[in-house]
Design a protein around this ligand. Structure first.
Ligand SMILES: [Zn+2]
Length: 56
């Protein structure tokens, strides 16, 4: 089961496990349209939208 970053942040992952949080946001490629979070995997956000990159 994939964890949602949006929920983890609400559950205080920043206080509990900063390293785990970093794994989600490093090299972020998607932004959540609802929460404004950024993650590198679409599945980790509740309403993901792909960020534009220089390559596209
Ligand atoms: Zn979200």
């Amino acid at each position: 089961m994939s964890k949602k970053l949006c929920k983890l942040v609400k559950d205080d992952i920043l206080d509990k496990d900063m390293k785990e949080y970093m794994k989600f946001v490093s090299d972020g490629k998607y932004v959540c349209k609802k929460c404004g979070r950024v993650a590198n995997k679409e599945e980790n956000l509740c309403s993901a939208k792909k960020l534009k990159s220089k390559d596209e």
